[in-house]
Design a protein around this ligand. Structure first.
Ligand code: TA6
Length: 283
């Protein structure tokens, strides 16, 4: 049990032996161990010195997802996936440290000067024996509307992408297929397998629960609340070999299941709060 801090990260430990390490840079979960195994993929070629977003683990995406929109201007000027993953967050509080779970809260610093919006962005990470729960809390502290997109870009570790099966997307769910230039497609509710690059943003997934069968007798359940959309991404060799900080054949060892609110902008009235929750369970 317990929470330990170093200059670069915070590690939380549960009495079962599970643990998670979170960098101050991006409030980025870089490791989650449960059942004696690492459950998140981290690229061996990722920068870890704060010079560039971390490749792997759980990047926090905010206040935009993907490339910047054409407007409003302060959003159009942002870089891909926004700035939260490149900010130095601080550990705000140990919420609980008990057999039921170990829970800590990170707080994001204010935005860059060019992004003049007042909000509070907090991230609560809770670890138990087989579960990691990550909650994004956003409060609009301004006296006008605040809009944003947010997503947890979770890289789940798997032994072999060719054996992978992802299920839980309801039939009829609409998705944006980024491999097909953003074409909108209706899901047949079929399992997703990785036989080509997959980069899909499923809109408003009714089940709010995705199952990842790793084809080796294990896997994950990914539940989400507040987050309504989910991106499923694996670039395969075709696209993955062009990602400079991706380790050789890295795409064979992960699937990104990314709960978020990204199909359009979420709007908060002054004082209003958004809570997006992801619950990862080892199966
Ligand atoms: O969430 C999937 C995605 O948006 C893909 O289109 C892919 O580009 C990926 O994120 C990685 O983005 P990054 O900025 O981390 O290289």
């Amino acid at each position: 049990m317990g929470v330990t801090e170093t200059a670069k990260s915070v590690t939380i430990n549960h009495e079962s032996g599970s643990s998670a390490e979170i960098y101050y840079y991006g409030a980025h979960v870089v490791s989650w161990k449960a059942g004696g195994k690492e459950r998140l993929f981290m690229s061996g070629k990722s920068a870890l010195d704060g010079s560039k977003a971390i490749r792997g683990g759980i990047p926090v995406v905010f206040p935009i997802f993907g490339p910047p929109p054409t407007s409003p201007p302060e959003y159009a000027a942002l870089s891909q996936h926004g700035f939260a993953r490149n900010q130095i967050w601080k550990l705000d509080k140990v919420i609980m440290d008990r057999p039921e779970g170990v829970s800590i809260r990170f707080l994001a610093p204010p935005p860059p000067d060019s992004f003049a919006h007042k909000y509070r962005l907090a991230y609560v990470i809770t670890l138990s024996e087989h579960q990691l729960c990550t909650d994004v809390h956003i409060i609009n502290e301004d006296d006008k509307e605040f809009i944003f997109q947010t997503l947890l870009h979770t890289y789940l570790a798997i032994p072999d992408y060719l054996k992978l099966k992802v299920s839980g997307i309801d039939k009829g769910t609409t998705y944006k297929d980024k491999v097909l230039d953003g074409k909108m497609v209706q899901s047949e509710g079929e399992d997703i397998v990785i036989d080509r690059p997959i980069d899909r943003v499923y809109h408003k997934v009714p089940s709010q629960e995705i199952h990842v069968d790793d084809g080796a007798g294990s896997g994950f359940k990914v539940r989400f609340r507040g987050f309504e959309d989910v991106t499923v991404w694996n670039p395969t060799e075709e696209v993955g070999k062009g990602i400079v900080d991706m380790e050789d054949k890295g795409w064979e060892k992960y699937i990104c299941i990314e709960p978020g609110y990204v199909r359009d902008f979420k709007s908060l009235a002054p004082g209003e709060e958004f809570l997006g929750q992801q619950v990862l369970t080892v199966l």
